[in-house]
Design a protein around this ligand. Structure first.
Ligand code: SAM
Length: 315
């Protein structure tokens, strides 16, 4: 099946931006636009998503680009799988909360984090690319994110012991990847992936995996971080289970006592889990989405937590 054919079967996912209004008000608004709320999407009928709160499903080709609520940032077009990372990270929503989105542009997941934090505390959003940083700042403004501070900086160059970051407890890592899971590019502003011959492809995946691993290891150095979500829109085990495996056996994971969060706290009702043939332990803690089979783009989510029983040095 071609990417286009698979894309046509993916519902139009619309996330209600609860930073700006409530789900109830959004449903009222949509009904006033002629839509009906039902149990599954078709024609002018929309439905609630079974896994992600405040996510609505419409039939695949439903146009939203001219819609007033979309244009004002109250509705965000975001694939279901791309809503998993912020939801799994489950950031705190109190005044002293400090959270990092390490690879933020264009900002879909940052605005989701902001909504989950109820616009409270501090959300540092890193983006190293200057142009994409511009897109990020526009999106944060449009979505009413007042707790977010966008930083045009390289996450790998930040000092985890910098006073600004010592209180960080939650980090979202959604770094550059091959993008091999994307079947519906319309909602995305991803870096493009050129057609590569197989040898060059292996090379590229190995380079991406080593960069992705560096990002996780760096995140593990933040002194108070207790939860790190690592996600990709790739279907390749090299970038997914392979990277998680290497991160789990790294010195940084050992020093910080990091392991995988148990399945119960990582979307337990989602059936498709990690591939056990590519990771020694913990495949059931990992989430996979298969394009064509799950009505989403291809996606991968993992969540590292600090094991509480092992106290850190100096505590
Ligand atoms: N999370 C975003 C969203 O949902 O809208 C998509 C992120 S995209 C897959 C990865 C982004 O990370 C790119 O914009 C890339 O420029 C940025 N990036 C890559 N390496 C980085 C680094 N070391 N520090 C900060 N940003 C980085």
């Amino acid at each position: 099946q071609s990417g286009d054919a698979r894309a046509e079967q993916i519902p139009r996912y619309v996330r209600v931006n609860t930073t700006m209004w409530t789900l109830e008000d959004a449903v009222k608004y949509l009904k006033a636009q002629g839509f009906t709320l039902g149990s599954s999407p078709s024609d002018k009928t929309f439905a609630h998503d079974a896994h992600i709160p405040n996510l609505l499903l419409f039939s695949p080709q439903t146009p939203f680009h001219a819609d007033a609520a979309y244009q004002s940032g109250k509705l965000i077009l975001q694939d279901k799988a791309s809503c998993f990372p912020a939801y799994v990270l489950s950031p705190p929503a109190f005044d002293n909360a400090v959270v990092i989105d390490a690879t933020a542009a264009p900002g879909n997941k940052t605005t989701h984090l902001c909504a989950l934090m109820r616009n409270k505390g501090k959300l540092y959003a890193f983006e190293r690319d200057r142009k994409r940083f511009g897109t990020l700042t526009m999106m944060l403004k449009k979505a009413g994110c007042k707790n977010a501070e966008a930083l045009n900086a390289d996450f790998l160059a930040t000092d985890p012991t910098d006073l600004k970051f010592v209180e960080v407890t939650h980090i979202l890592l959604d770094p550059s990847c091959s993008g091999s899971g994307i079947v519906n590019r319309l909602d995305y502003l991803l870096e493009t992936e050129d057609e590569l011959d197989p040898g060059a492809q292996d090379d590229r995946l190995a380079k991406l995996a080593s960069f992705q691993l560096m990002m996780i290891k760096h995140a593990m150095k933040f002194p108070k971080v207790s939860r790190i979500v690592y996600s990709t829109c790739s279907i390749h085990a090299t970038e997914n289970e392979g990277v998680v495996s290497a991160a789990l056996s790294s010195d940084e994971a050992k020093a910080g006592s990091f392991g995988l969060a148990p399945r119960e706290s990582v979307l337990p009702k989602w059936e498709r889990r990690g591939m056990p043939e590519h990771i020694a332990e913990g495949a059931s803690s990992l989430i996979r989405c298969s394009p064509g089979e799950d009505a989403t783009n291809g996606f991968f989510v993992s969540c590292f937590v600090r094991r509480p029983s092992n106290k850190r040095k100096g505590e």
